[in-house]
Design a protein around this ligand. Structure first.
Ligand SMILES: [Zn+2]
Length: 465
């Protein structure tokens, strides 16, 4: 019997270039896994897309003096080009800017609201008195209350990894004007994540073979308490609300809608095959297996928030419950030159373009080589169209389960994929010996875990029965 396998890969923010950390941490492992599953005869659906609603995009647009859509077009085209160069075997790489995605987000919102898991609350949010506007989380910076890092963002501290509320920051400042923000009342929709604490605990404790650091992180978070969170913002860039209760100027916020991309992309892919109901074979199927390839920063979103959002729908979307993640083999940081990769911090630096920040030595060639001719970028909403028409398997390539390292035994790798990590960079592979040095301290429970999660080396283990 073949198993429907959803290979769900982290949605890159279309606000900056990808770097080696993303490639090694999420995209390459997902592609290897998907190819292996296809060879094993399973029905693979590998989807992802550009996350086009992140506040980093509006920040970047303000910095560059262009519209958010300009930024999205620039980076989505770049991603498509790089997937083509790498030979990524997507079934669909789309964006969260489609009408299809808005429809999925709105249907999910309405289903959860009907189930009583979304309510309205008035809160105080930071407001820039000079620019006269509310400040999205990432437009506020300040000192982290947990680790005293001076440049923490309003949504997350890059140093200790905590998600933050902008009002948690010590000495907050507006990224737009530098002014000290003031608190002002505003009304928003909240998702009642706390409704799901017990079910999430049961769900997480029943997971078999998960990487210890993923499971421990998620369970530790639950123990500290799962807070309800506002899922709308006072912004103009995002999915529109399907109800007008709050008045104008409010949109659904990115971290509620981005994860819905896994479902909306499945819809879009099904539509493209001429069988619009086909997505149910993966989402309304007890025999399916859903594997999420993400970086460490995204663990709470995929191990807690997304499962809660899926549970919150109950059977209100097409008459069946939606499948929860079966495995989340999140990777930790790739380090080079003693530092860790961060797109949100490094994206403004020209040196990070085209993976060049991943150069293991000062003399290493940036990848892809700048002189290479490029295919014409596809339209932002098109499929990348690579999976069925191209095949790539590096001759002599081996995946060593003992060392968890990718290695090739021949120098004659075929075109197009020519990842340039030399033997000197292998120690930076997540899970190998090179990752622990620059890991930030965190009060949340965590463990470096074994070198290879079971999901990597024996992906068929739970699908053979
Ligand atoms: Zn911190």
């Amino acid at each position: 019997m073949t198993t429907p396998v959803l290979v769900a890969v982290a949605w890159p923010y279309a606000s900056g270039s990808r770097h080696l950390g993303h490639l090694a941490g999420a995209y390459l492992p997902a592609d290897i896994f998907a190819r292996q599953q296809r060879m094993a005869g399973n029905e693979v659906l590998m989807v992802s897309g550009s996350d086009v609603h992140g506040t980093p995009i509006t920040v970047r647009a303000e910095e560059d003096g262009v519209t958010p859509a300009d930024i999205v077009d620039r980076y989505h085209s770049e991603f498509l080009r790089q997937w083509d160069e790498l030979g990524m075997s997507w079934d669909l790489f789309t964006t969260t800017g489609t009408e299809n995605h808005a429809r999925a987000t709105q249907e999910m919102f309405l289903a959860q609201r009907a189930e009583g898991h979304i309510d309205r609350r008035t809160s105080e949010q930071l407001f820039d008195p000079e620019k006269e506007r509310f400040l999205p989380d990432r437009f506020v910076e300040g000192t982290c209350p947990y680790c005293d890092y001076p440049d923490a963002r309003g949504d997350q501290c890059d140093n200790c990894g905590r998600t933050l509320d902008p009002t948690d920051l010590i000495d907050p400042r507006s990224k737009l004007s530098g002014a000290r923000p003031v608190l002002r009342e505003t009304e928003h929709f909240y998702f009642r994540y706390s409704d799901f604490a017990d079910r999430l605990k049961t769900y997480l404790e029943s997971r078999k073979g998960w990487r210890p650091h993923v499971l421990n992180f998620a369970l530790g978070w639950l123990e500290e308490g799962l807070l309800d969170r506002a899922i709308t913002r006072d912004i103009e860039w995002g999915v529109e609300l399907p109800v007008d209760d709050l008045g104008p100027g409010k949109r659904i916020y990115v971290w509620y809608d981005a994860v819905i991309g896994y479902l909306s992309a499945s819809w879009e892919w099904a539509e493209s095959t001429g069988d619009p109901e086909r997505w149910k074979h993966w989402w309304h199927n007890d025999d399916a297996r859903h594997v999420y390839f993400i970086g460490k920063d995204n663990i709470p979103f995929h191990a807690l928030f997304w499962p809660a959002q899926l549970m919150g729908v109950a059977d209100r979307m097409d008459g069946g419950e939606l499948r929860l993640p079966d495995d989340i083999p999140a990777n930790q940081y790739v380090t080079f030159k003693g530092g860790k990769a961060s797109a949100s911090r490094a994206s403004a630096s020209p040196s990070t373009r085209g993976w060049s920040a991943s150069s293991p030595t000062p003399s290493a060639t940036p990848w892809p080589p700048p002189s290479r001719s490029r295919p014409t970028p596809r339209s932002p909403r098109s499929r990348s169209g690579l999976g069925s028409t191209r095949s790539w398997s590096p001759p002599g390539a081996t995946w060593s389960t003992a060392s968890c390292r990718w290695s090739t035994s021949t120098a004659t790798a075929p075109s197009p994929p020519r990842a340039r990590w030399s033997p000197t960079t292998r120690s930076s592979w997540p899970g190998s010996t090179g990752t622990s040095g620059a890991r930030p301290s965190s009060s949340r429970p965590s463990s470096s875990g074994p070198p290879c999660g079971p999901g990597w080396t024996r992906p068929n283990r739970s699908t053979s029965t």
